[in-house]
Design a protein around this ligand. Sequence first.
Ligand code: NDP
Length: 382
Amino acid sequence: MDNHQPTKPSRRKFLYNLGLAGLSLPLISSESNCSTKTKSNAQAMIDKNNKAGKLGIALVGLGGYASGQLAPALQQTENCYLAGIVTGTPSKIPVWKEKYGVPDKNIYNYNNYDSIKDNPDIDVIYIVLPNNMHAEYTIRGFAAGKHVICEKPMAITVAESETMLAAANKAGKLLSIGYRLHYDPFNLEMIRLVKEKIYGEVKSIDTAFSITPPKGAWRLNKKIAGGGPLMDVGIYCMQAVCYVLGTEPLATTTKTYPVSDKEKFIDIEETLDIEMEMPGGIIGKCRTSYSENQSYLQVNCENGWFRLEPAYFYGGLKFSSSDGRKFEIPPFSQQAKQLDAMAVSIKNKQVSKTPGEMGFRDMKIIEAIYKSMNTGRRVELK
Ligand code: NDP
């Protein structure tokens, strides 16, 4: 299952309610609790990985995605490893130390985050924070002289994402967006079938991604999330239309509906139906909602159709087609594939398949979609 539900950050929630979430309290020094054996094991792990030429990654924000997906994936990667963590919740530290052997010298909070610049173990910073914190922590990451991977959506406005690109350029470092499905074999197969015209020309694309976050989740707060389901899961649909076709939208017409629960959906959309006009007269129909559960991607061509359902989860993706074609492969970690590919790009000083510029493009599409939603008009993308 795609776990887009936040974890239970009790201390964080407490700080947030007090309006103190941006501040960091001093971390409990866990050094004193750490046995000499654990310390030397942790250092040995770092030394071994550094020696093997793996890039050291620091995860920033130890929530659902970092702990459920990225950290386990970093145990499988060949080109990078989990070297450090940045957290505002001291109670998480012993668990991460125990599970992943992260040494004390590589553990940071949001106040001393900038001093990561002096840490040679850390080559790449991976931002896994709520959306409204992406820009600030990416820019600070570049100021610390590190490469940055930032989770989707890149930011909450086009203007913010522009400042992130400028920071990357100024630092001469690489920025990638955590669009994991560009590295997923099932989605890559969808791209191949289109590219090689196996079913002829594409006529239309139909896709949906919807989840149901619980009341109180930051995803429902416009200030933090930047918007509703479009920012969180609808972005996968608009991404899929672009990567499957290999083109960018010319215009969008987007429709929303009255919300079913005014306390839950205070200032965000509940459901959107988005039409993306793509080159060649192809329409990409995307539906996204915080009141439904759906995850599919269907490509309709002259000579048949092919489909993923689920299409956007972390695993268990299923392919089907009008002619019964099969696509099955042994289990793998999407995140490990993504992280390894990004690490190779960084080592080769090349932009990844999902660079900051792609995140910037998507923020422009998102703004056009919201403009169309708000005006009820067709909005062209220049
Ligand atoms: P969570 O709420 O589970 O975790 C966010 C973490 O950020 C918290 O646990 C906390 O970590 C830290 N944090 C710092 N300040 C705050 C604050 N004010 N409020 C809440 N948390 C705060 O979110 P997710 O892990 O689900 O999502 C994080 C990012 O990753 C989002 O941008 C999301 O869009 C993206 N994501 C991407 C996925 C993908 O498939 N590519 C899947 C899921 C999410 P700490 O206590 O350590 O400080």
